[in-house]
Design a protein around this ligand. Structure first.
Ligand code: URA
Length: 226
């Protein structure tokens, strides 16, 4: 099943049709089909599709922006520096990474060559059209996993799932009413903490991130007890 389409809205509906026509109902089936996705042009520069991973009935789903350089090479989400920082924060918040489903709004690495540093690949923010083209995969992951708690990591994920006016700086850590999951919350992207200007700022941002993830842990515990 190869998905090729010209515009983002057409790509999204072509992908959606392919998912339904082929009755893709498990994460393994979706991952396999997404390997050949050409619904936008990002596949051309990426090494491979990096699909979501984790238990297919996870209570918590974390959604990031797109795979980074290391994820693109490894084929797994959140295995690079941002992933290591995420692991530390999850651990501090009492959430086991192995129990969480981790994915991204865009499943190919978008990058440009560094002007200064030879072969280095610099992350480039995905365009709205690319996020739209990839959306059917995320919707399909949500249908399969049906998480109790959906967590948007950073403003690209938050704005694409909760609306373009959503501001992570103001609304992080708050429960947001949404049809996507019983509980929806946004927090910062771990890579923003890696970019903190100094050690003090990094420490403060990390604490705020952990506090948001503690809200996630509390909500998930409450949902299990209910
Ligand atoms: N950043 C993301 O948003 N996702 C990844 O998988 C890695 C880094």
């Amino acid at each position: 099943m190869k998905i090729v389409a010209k515009t983002s809205s057409r790509s999204a509906s072509v992908t959606d049709h392919a998912i339904h026509r082929n009755r893709l109902q498990t994460i393994a089936e979706l991952r396999n089909a997404a390997r050949k996705c050409q619904a936008c042009d990002l596949w051309k520069m990426a090494t491979q599709t990096v699909f979501g991973e984790g238990p297919s009935k996870a209570q918590i789903m974390l959604v990031g922006e797109q795979p980074g350089d290391q994820e693109d090479r490894a084929g797994h989400p959140f295995v690079g520096p941002a992933g290591r920082l995420l692991n530390e924060a999850l651990d501090q918040a009492g959430i086991e990474r192995s129990q969480v489903y981790l994915t991204n709004v865009v499943k190919h690495f978008k990058w440009e060559a560094s002007a200064q540093r030879g072969k280095q690949r610099i992350h480039k923010k995905p365009r709205y059209s690319e996020i739209q083209a990839c959306r059917p995969w995320l919707d399909a992951e949500l249908r399969v996993v049906k998480p109790q708690v959906l967590v948007c990591l950073g403003s690209t994920a938050a704005q694409s799932l909760l609306g373009r006016t959503f501001r992570v700086t103001r609304q992080h850590g708050q429960l947001i009413s949404s049809s996507l999951a019983p509980f929806v919350i946004a927090t910062v992207h771990p890579s923003s903490i890696l970019r903190a200007p100094d050690e003090d700022a990094r420490h403060l941002q990390m604490q705020a991130f952990i506090n948001d993830l503690k809200v996630v842990a509390d909500v998930a515990r409450g949902a299990t007890a209910a």
